[in-house]
Design a protein around this ligand. Structure first.
Ligand code: ATP
Ligand code: MG
Length: 468
């Protein structure tokens, strides 16, 4: 009795038998069956009719309990991958080490996994304790214990509309808490990516991270460096495209997790203009995602790293390089630095370079230049990027609104806009000496000698046209 009271005061939960789930019926969990994909129901039904256990599992159950339509459905079963494959016409076994089955219905892809067993003590690990391979099948309660967080470890059976909960996930959903299953240090050591996942889910779901789940993160954060770069990159992308990127990055930073993810992000975020730019970029990304629009990976990373490019661009120009080659050198430096740690795919790096390289061209508004730029296949991304630069105070707002007018205008309007530019801006593209900055703009934030990244090397309205 006293023991129970002390445990209650300390917030220690009574130990339940972790091999027996708590079962919630439809009245208790309140899941709306209309939110369940009919194909997920087909898959579980087919498996059950063949004598197997089958449930919707993981993030989909979490989202259903929160009343949110899941973006995809994972199915867990006691059938082996071969047994699953035999039951469906369009089913493909994926993965060599741990096989899963992709079952396709039109465009929808369902991922069917066989219950996994307890992590084998002999499973191969790297020198930091990260599990490298662990491929055993097992009973359902072991599958539950291997999942990362309590709210991700529930099973929903569409046939009976019941939720099976081995780790008090329903309670944690109600309390809006992210809680890791098992011993936090051990679970992060096995797979350090779980530290990024908890941050993402907490920001996305607006949940708090339970104290013992959070406590080891700042200390264990460096373990992320041992995870293959491609996996960290995938997780970073999920995080940046969660619709809550800004909140995620703030959380990553306060947990010390940003090191090694985006080198120098910390430095960038501490500079007022850099911070403003990154904040605006992420806000617009979050808004797009929440409105169901797409976001280009290249644009995202081009934004996050822009102030590093600017800083280096300034430095190369201060060292006597002319603007365009200086920009390419700066882009090379930043991309080289990031590719190792981020596994930036070539496709993304190419997009980033395109977006950056287009920027000085927005300042050449004379003659045919703006018409040529409009034909660039990545114009829209470059233009959106320009608008962010204006909005962040890096460039004069006039440049952005001129381009908005030009982009949206008809032939006559475009001509009018080009003609409306002063003689100086129309400089015909010939190379001139850089113009001295007028005292009006001389507040020190865009001075030529400033190589600290506080402003564009050529931050004045249209002044770039005099230098091309
Ligand atoms: P999302 O909404 O981002 O898809 P999710 O929870 O479905 O969230 P997935 O990456 O699709 O995340 O993983 C599906 C399920 O697999 C998770 O809910 C969790 O149960 C389990 N899982 C995924 N990654 C891990 C991991 N690193 N460690 C343990 N379990 C994991
Ligand atoms: Mg998922």
């Amino acid at each position: 009795m006293i023991k129970k009271f002390i445990r209650k005061i300390l917030g220690v939960k009574d130990q339940r038998d972790p091999t027996e789930p708590v079962i919630y019926g439809p009245d208790q969990h309140g899941i709306d069956p209309k939110l369940v994909s009919p194909n997920a129901v087909r898959v579980t039904q087919t498996l059950q009719e063949a004598g197997f256990k089958a449930f919707v599992v993981g993030g989909a159950v979490r989202d259903l309990l929160l009343g949110v339509k899941p973006k995809d459905f994972d199915i867990a079963t006691d059938a082996t991958p071969e047994e699953v494959k035999r039951l469906f016409r369009r089913a493909f076994i994926i993965g060599r080490r741990f096989q899963i089955v992709h079952v396709m219905f039109g465009q929808e892809q369902l991922e069917v996994t066989t219950f996994r067993g307890n992590a084998d003590a002999n499973a191969p690990k790297d020198e930091h304790g990260r599990v490298l391979r662990d491929n055993s099948f097992g009973p359902q309660h072991e599958d539950a214990a291997r999942r990362d967080f309590t709210v991700n470890a529930m099973y929903y059976d569409p046939a009976t509309q019941s939720v099976l909960d081995y780790h008090e996930g329903v309670e944690d959903i109600r309390a809006k808490v992210m809680r890791i299953i098992g011993h936090p240090e051990a679970r992060y050591r096995e797979d350090p990516v779980r530290m990024l996942r908890v941050v993402r889910f907490a920001a996305k779901l607006q949940f708090t991270i339970e104290a013992t789940t959070r406590a080891p993160i700042p200390v264990m954060a460096p373990l992320i460096n041992n995870v293959p770069a491609a996996r960290v990159f995938d997780e970073m992308l999920k995080l940046l495209k969660s619709g809550h990127a800004l909140a995620c990055l703030k959380e990553l930073r306060s947990s010390g997790l940003h090191h090694g993810l985006l080198p120098l992000l910390d430095v960038v975020m501490e500079q007022p203009i850099g911070m403003k730019f990154v904040t605006l970029a992420l806000e617009s990304t979050d808004n797009r995602i929440r409105a169901g629009k797409t976001v280009s990976d290249g644009f995202l990373f081009a934004s996050l790293l822009w102030h590093q490019v600017l800083e280096k661009w300034n430095a190369y120009r201060a060292a006597g390089e002319s603007p365009i080659p200086a920009l390419h050198l700066a882009a090379d430096d930043v991309l080289d630095n990031q590719t190792d740690s981020l596994a930036l795919q070539r496709r993304i790096a190419t997009d980033m370079r395109d977006i950056w390289a287009m920027q000085p061209r927005f300042e050449r508004r004379n003659g045919k230049n703006p018409y040529k730029l409009l034909e660039h296949p990545r114009f829209r991304a470059g233009f959106d990027f320009l608008l962010l630069r204006c909005e962040s105070g890096e460039l004069d707002a006039e440049l952005g609104s001129w381009w908005a007018g030009f982009y949206g205008g008809d032939i006559a309007e475009r001509e009018r806009l080009v003609n409306s530019l002063g003689r100086e801006s129309q400089g015909g593209g010939q190379k001139k000496r850089p113009r001295r900055r007028s005292p009006r703009r001389g507040e020190g934030e865009a001075g030529g000698e400033n190589v600290g990244g506080a402003g564009a090397p050529d931050a004045g309205p249209a002044s770039g046209s005099t230098e091309q």
